[in-house]
Design a binder for this molecule. Structure first.
Ligand code: UDP
Ligand code: MG
Length: 329
């Protein structure tokens, strides 16, 4: 009987230092699971260092480790989408190359998948090697997002997870270019279960995230799932209008009864500035949505592939002498 195939999607951007360690760790895990065939698909996301060369050499050494090289840097969200399109497995696991997602967890994930779960996601109990500010902001963000949206987004969960073929085929149908994949996992539904784990620090190299990127991803997260901010703008508008009306009555009353025409410069200027601020904020919110509509209606292709390894497909690999050598080692 044919073994089930597990595919790993591994986005990599300037990761030349960690690929070898990643290879050793994952290979060890694969050896512990002889009942399955594994294929690894690195997505080289337009790296500027030697990542592509390292990946090519690895592919020569072990045919299970193939790669797709995107035409430029698209960001992790698009890199994952490219992975979704090209894996062939019965189940697929998304994992970071920096070993912050411990590959050993794959064993538990597969066990849960065999029990019938279609989306087995890893849930962080701790995050070593990250600043308290990053932990705190990320916690607050998920809390606010959960309040605003109707879809339930899993807490303390990254992209590290196993998806069944069914769930993956559903996910592949979302072709939006402004992507927030963490939310898409929730949108598709399917039977989900969490596996708790401790998030390790990076094995080597540096994080590709900075606060600017994180804020952008956060805005992406909110705007791609809910129009609640638009309602907040109208809500503030209504409250302010009511408030102004009462204030206007007071002023008219005061002018008629006491007749003091030119007083009130400080209150006037603060009201004008305050309202100006609120208006700009609302315009900004509306602008975010219009901008996204604009980008989405252009309907551009998600990504282009520069080059890719051939035969990163288990049937083809089996015919390779290299593969046999690897397995018997
Ligand atoms: N990554 C990517 N494209 C990018 C940025 C990051 O493919 O533009 C990959 C990166 O190589 C890594 C994963 O996404 O495998 C997570 O990135 P990183 O470790 O820098 O983020 P963090 O774990 O600090 O959130
Ligand atoms: Mg990382």
């Amino acid at each position: 009987m044919d073994k089930k195939i597990i595919s790993l999607i591994v986005p990599a951007y300037n990761e030349e230092e960690v690929i070898e360690i990643f290879y050793q760790r994952t290979k060890g895990v694969f050896n512990e699971l002889p009942a399955y065939d594994f294929e690894v698909l690195f997505i080289n996301d337009g790296s500027k260092d030697n990542t592509l060369e390292v990946l090519k050499n690895l592919f020569i050494e072990d045919r299970r480790y193939g790669y797709i090289s995107l035409a430029r840097n698209y960001g992790k969200e698009i890199a994952m989408a490219a992975g979704f399109d090209h894996v062939t497995g019965d189940a697929v696991i998304i994992i970071d190359v920096d070993l912050q997602d411990p590959p050993e967890l794959i064993i538990d994930m597969i066990a849960k998948w065999e029990e019938g779960y279609e989306d087995v996601y890893a849930q962080r109990l701790s995050r070593d090697g990250e600043t308290w500010l990053k932990k705190w902001t990320s916690k607050m963000f998920y809390r606010i997002l959960a309040r605003m949206t109707k879809v339930e987004i899993q807490k303390d969960t990254g992209d590290f997870r196993l998806l069944s073929r069914n769930a993956l085929d559903a996910l592949k149908q979302y072709r939006e270019s402004e992507r927030y994949t963490k939310g898409l996992f929730s949108l598709i539904g399917f039977k989900k279960i969490a596996i708790p784990y401790h998030r390790d620090p990076r094995a080597a190299g540096t994080t590709k995230w900075n606060y600017f990127k994180l804020v952008n991803l956060a805005i992406e997260g909110v705007t791609s799932f809910t129009t609640a901010p638009l309602k907040i703008a109208s809500f503030i508008g209504v409250i302010l209008a009511l408030f102004s009306f009462v204030f206007m009555l007071i002023i008219i009353f005061k002018t008629l009864v006491y007749g003091d025409p030119v007083q009130g410069y400080p209150s006037m200027i603060s009201i004008v500035l305050f309202l100006g601020g609120i208006q700009l904020l609302s315009l900004g919110i509306i602008g975010e949505y219009i901008g996204r509509t604009f980008l989405e209606t252009k309907n551009r292709p998600l990504y282009f592939i520069g080059e890719m390894s051939l035969n990163n497909n288990i049937e083809a690999i089996k015919k390779e002498p290299n593969y046999i050598k690897e397995i018997t080692k």
